[in-house]
Design a protein around this ligand. Sequence first.
Ligand code: FPP
Ligand code: MG
Length: 324
Amino acid sequence: MNKNLSIIGNFQSELEKINDKLQQTLINLGGAGWDIKSYAVLSEGKRIRPLVFVLVCKALGYCFEEIYEQSTVYEFIHAASLMHDDVLDNADIRRNKPTVNSIWGNHMAVLCGDNLYLTALEIALRTKNLEYIKMLLESVKEMTEGQILELENFMNLKITKEVYFKIITKKTGSLIAAACKGAGILSSATEDLKHQLYKAGIYMGTAFQMVDDLLDITGKREELGKEIGKDLMEGKVTLPFIYLLERIDREKSSWFKSALEEGISKELVKEISTKILEEGIGEKVLEEAKELTQKAKAILEILPPSPEKEGLLSLNSFIVVRRY
Ligand code: FPP
Ligand code: MG
């Protein structure tokens, strides 16, 4: 079974419709870099963002065919952001395949990412809904701010938990929040519900990134489809390392610093990963991520009963148990 279809078995037909729409849009789009954009979008992604959008729309009774077209907005923005992110992170592997930048180079990755991002906006414009478009633009702006803040904290061993959470809320939380709120806007939900949906998306997205950052050091390459230990290699001091730094003595902290500056070997990644697990940091991070998914759950519970609501709840639980 395709990785993206195994998250919540009951929604395979929704995922198939989303994938068909993505494929169809790329075919219609054609033009320069068609093969590159298709390569980036049609690889084995989990499709979490478009699925969340479709499920929230349907849970709110907004069941028009248009929702599949609009769901692609979230996957195109996501794919564009990953193309840019892989340039920033010098990443060679994503979804078990060579990254766009590693095959076609950084210039092509940035330009094709821009093109996909604008395609997403074009599709969003078809709704002619200003509130919806404005919200999307604000969310993408938040994503870029998250990335800027991350870069500002490159190799910063003094980074605080607050700054870390600000980074991940912006870079990852805001697009999932946009998928939730976007569905609320198109469904003409009340102001309060739209606000609650945005918050649920922020909780889910933030928890998702916390798990991502933990798996980056404790996960398996074959399951994750990307290199392990990349965050430290790229000078990103994420939550597991913030906790580890709190627990090791000053002397070891300077060892950490020189390791960051001189580059991290595979052996060191293994050593740090073992230490993180021995210190119970993995459990601590997962526990905190779970608290956020509990908050998301409390909001999702206000939706009227439906299979889509159940789907959202299982997606929300999947965030903290996932291995990929
Ligand atoms: C992955 O983080 C990156 C993001 C979640 C956001 C990237 C956002 C941008 C580059 C700005 C938005 C730009 C456009 C064109 C929409 P990560 O490196 O921690 O995750 P990874 O391990 O999967 O690479
Ligand atoms: Mg990255």
